[in-house]
Ligand binder design. Sequence first.
Ligand SMILES: Cc1ncc(COP(=O)(O)O)c(C=O)c1O
Length: 445
Amino acid sequence: MKSSVEFKQLYASKTPASRELSERAQQVLPAGVVANVKYFAPYPLFMQRASGSHLWDADANEYIDYCLAFGPLILGHGHPAVVHAVQESLAAMGTTVFGTPNELEIRYAEKLMSMLPVSGKVRLTNSGSEATYLALQLGRAATGKPAIARFEGHYHGWHYEGVLSNTPSATLYGDARQPASVAGSRGTPASILADTLVLPFNDLEACRTLLTAHRDRVGTVIVEPSPRGFYQTDPAFLEGLRRLTQELGMVLVFDEVMSGFRAGPKGASGVFGVQPDLMTLGKIIGGGFPIGAVAGRADLLDLTSPLSPGGSVFHSGTFNGAVQVLAAGLATLEVLSDESQMVPFYDATEHFKADIQQLLRRHQIPGHVAGLGANFGIIMSRTPIRNYRDLANEDGALREAFDFACLTEGIYVHPHKPFYTSLAHSLQDFEVTLEKLDHIFNAIS
Ligand SMILES: Cc1ncc(COP(=O)(O)O)c(C=O)c1O
């Protein structure tokens, strides 16, 4: 059985150019990265080129990409329809951003809303973090209540509330049925810790007790309906949360930045048949460009209007609705609404997941494949992950060996993160990957 130490040695020997670039980057960029998610120890890979489902790093090692920039590239890198839309929009409109309204914004919003399981209106932002930030502000303005509730282990972006109790340590997280509010970012103000109620996922009775006790302060509940692409959501829990928030007059926000168009064609809301008041989106809907969106009840979205009678929830952004973002996003949405392409894609991913599960079983690896649709995790534990604390059951050493074995075998997944698939992944890509996984499972078992 090979350990993570051996795979890390192999990683170092195959990737000297990335190590050098990382050392240089650290002189000018904190930890050598522009976003924390891109970092992993001992140093991340520096990619140089991409095409379809493949990546090449600075040492010219080739990878099949199962990270896809953490999800957005559901059509793969450089999809012809996206490239064409970007080039054509620049040629036809002559700019990257107008700073005025333009018709493309209307077409984009109409198309997006026609594909979502919620009806109403939509506001665009530049990232998923901005979208969740806006959704929480809308909830506060609509209910007049300052506090929000969020779930332990879920991620809603890098702002204070987005990352609070995202990965709390066992020494701080308190009682499972009444989780503590733990800062996820240094410098989090005490007022934000006090005004953020942390809930346990999949435990409706605990949520009922906590939300009822705090109903005078809490007006908004935000949740990832299919968290992190690998938690197992109890459908009755989501339905119960919907009913409970309605009873208590709270605004329910489904954060589908990750699960939108990945859990299924209508996201996790579509899979579970539960509708939130507001839905946040990002990643996929920009076709590989920076975007976010808040969609849902028109009375809530209209609070952003400068014409709002009681004063508006101030929301703005120089680059909101930038031309190439919307052109790339619209081209992507067109493909996503073509069932003749999407049904075979989801089917192929399901087969791929089942084949991985079978391999795990054959090699007697204590692991399982979890997640909805085209975003899934290979979890090194036999028990399902139903909430953040279940992650402690994962075999950390096995997980680390697996992550670095993937990188050295030419499977690109960011350590500890889920897998994503794209329409650019061919059946041959999946076959090659299964052969590589066969080797890897053999080596780590
Ligand atoms: C569920 C969820 N919400 C919000 C975000 C933040 O989105 P962004 O990275 O575009 O700011 C992410 C990013 O991974 C996410 O997965």
